[in-house]
Unconditional design. Sequence first.
Length: 219
Amino acid sequence: MFGLFKQKTTPQPPTPFGTGPLTDLGGPRRMTLDERKQLRREMVYQSVRDNLLLLEIISGMYKFKAVGLDERQHRFMVVIDVASGFVARRGGKVMRFNEVERFLCERTFAQYGVRIDSIYWRFHPEVNSFGRGYRASDVAPRPRPAATPAPAPAAARPSPLRPSSRHEPVSEDEMRAFEQAIARGVKPPPLHLGDLEYQSDLAPLESQPVAGGTQYGSL
């Protein structure tokens, strides 16, 4: 009998990240914790790819994975497999692996307020090039011309943040304001990805990245 007086729960409509509460149908919906964790992981993947490209390293020279180190996915370990032709350059100068580690850690924090605490390298001297694999969340690649494009110059800006092909990229103005807030050590403004809003009370964790020991040194 008491069951007659229970209010029925209304099924939540699906979102691009799955089912979840829609708290404000008149504007952007703040991401849930699971969605923010997923986005922070995508931030690490995009940062590593973009910044290795700035070091004149094309995608076939490496493959990598990111592993979360804390419950809310603010800290990550990155494992990078490298082929025999893997060489990083910046300003025409070859970089050592500890310099690449520092560059990736500092850039990821400066761009997104997410920390890479550890980087480990696995060398494959018998491999000349890795085939590029795409995850379900990656943006579908555009057709390439027959000629092989030259590596991006060091001054090139990273591609707009886009966690998956289902979302509009974050605007350059928002990303610039986000990075500037991290540089000042203050809470960043929200980022908008279509109808979703990302803002974390825990990012940035601190004004400077403090990474633990890596394979080639302490950061």
